[in-house]
Design a protein around this ligand. Sequence first.
Ligand code: ADP
Ligand code: MG
Ligand code: MG
Length: 538
Amino acid sequence: MCVQKYITNSLMLKATSGETGEGKGRSWRWRDMLRFPHISQCMTLANTIERRFSSLCVEQPIGRELFRLFCQSTCESRNLSILQAEYEVKSDEERTGFGIQIINRFLNRQSPECVKVVESYSQQCRESLEEWPSKDIFLECAEYVYEYLSGEPFFQYQQSMFFDRFLQWKMLEGQPVTKHTFRWYRLLGKGGFGEVWACQVRASGKMYACKKLEKTHVKKRRGEAMALNEKLILEKLNSRFVVSLAYAYETKHSLCLVLSIMNGGDLRFHIYNIGTPGLEWDRVQFYAAEVCCGLHHLHQQNIVYRDLKPENILLDHNGHIRISDLGLAVMLSEGSLVRGRAGTLGYMAPEVISHSYYGKSPDWWGLGCLVYEMTAGKPPFKGHGERLTESEMERRIQETEEDMNGCFPTFSIPPSFTLCSLPLYYPAQRLGCQQSGVEGVMSHSFFGTINFRRLEAGVIEAPFKPDPRAVYCQDVQDIDEFSTVKGVMLEKTDNEFYMKFNTGRVAIPWQTEMIEMGCFKELNVFGPQGSRPADLDW
Ligand code: ADP
Ligand code: MG
Ligand code: MG
């Protein structure tokens, strides 16, 4: 590793050493940056904010926290739905014990934490638990709690100081974002329109990756629609298997997407640049499973990703992966199909190459290619070091059916190699594209040893953890700086597009940041004995 790379990386390491929160990496002025406006300044927001229970008290992390505090302060209703979620991810052996605990704490009249409105479920839950600890024993009960809370308690909440405090947090969320919101570290990579840099939020200490799109480059290559598409899709998503967008803002020269930082390199680097090409079986299976969860999340929102390949799958410092680079992703309108060549040659599905209409099928093709490449240490349609013309590559892809044996050597991987070829058939027979959909993929024997419920809950450890001192990429520092393109004038009309882009903080990731980094806990204090503090006093 070259010296400069090492130094810039160690600065970043030092900055992130307090990543678990508790104040490290925050600016000494952080309290000023996050000073609540007086409640009288929040009235416009109070009158315009959408009053939906699911959004205000369930989906938004700060909202959920404040609603919980409200419930604790006034009534005995707790959010059993949170417990339901925890119960669901317990392994089969743990469930009975944990289920009994829930019943004893919350459904038992003698317990101080008893939730009276659902006490009547006690007997029913206990009986079904004894019979068989299936994962939805508390579902009905939790649904009832949800229904109940969204009524009178939600109404009361909106009259309380807890909701006023929520409005104050929302005002902070709406403050303008500039490059000074962040501290800047090393270059992480280069993209088509600009560089990607590591940065840290001054107010919280949280690290992110900032993908910059140079305005002149975007304009010259007519990339406006693509840039906006990427931003609009990213801000809708909320999955641990897809990079999340926390801020979108503009500077004089660039448009910036602030994303989850993925320090562990991309899969391309891991397949080819560390030891012999290819990955061990347990890693192949684990990454494939996590990608599968990411695709599932995208597909649930009717988004086709279309650009699955090793370099777009990034590792974080714990060795978990996220799907990144959603520039080519597309929203399907309900039940419809799209057409259009998009993706990277060599990974494009036959139906994409042949210009047919398609739905989500190209992504399952992509997963097959990815599994192949991770296992074989080479892409599926090209030999080592082989140079192919575009048309030759296309011909090979479209002739896979006949050529299956030539293309797909049998790997000696336990316990089954069949997934490596199965998803690659033409759409009608391809795994993932049939009636069973994603379930068909997840229940394939290839994933036999993966517990998808626990994987999705983030409680499974990765088989490989990147070395925090290493830099898992080629020497990006050596490449020339991205400069502005000459002769491209930015005009007034461009501003309309920039404004759509420049929307600042994204609610869920930003609120998660505030909680995770400890800012919420330190700032969200009320007066003595739960009285109104001065900033909420009329
Ligand atoms: P483009 O759409 O222009 O190809 P990418 O989103 O692929 O841009 O980003 C370019 C490069 O920047 C990637 O190949 C990767 O090396 C790096 N990069 C992108 N996103 C992140 C991230 N979230 N964390 C770390 N590095 C990233
Ligand atoms: Mg890319
Ligand atoms: Mg892209």
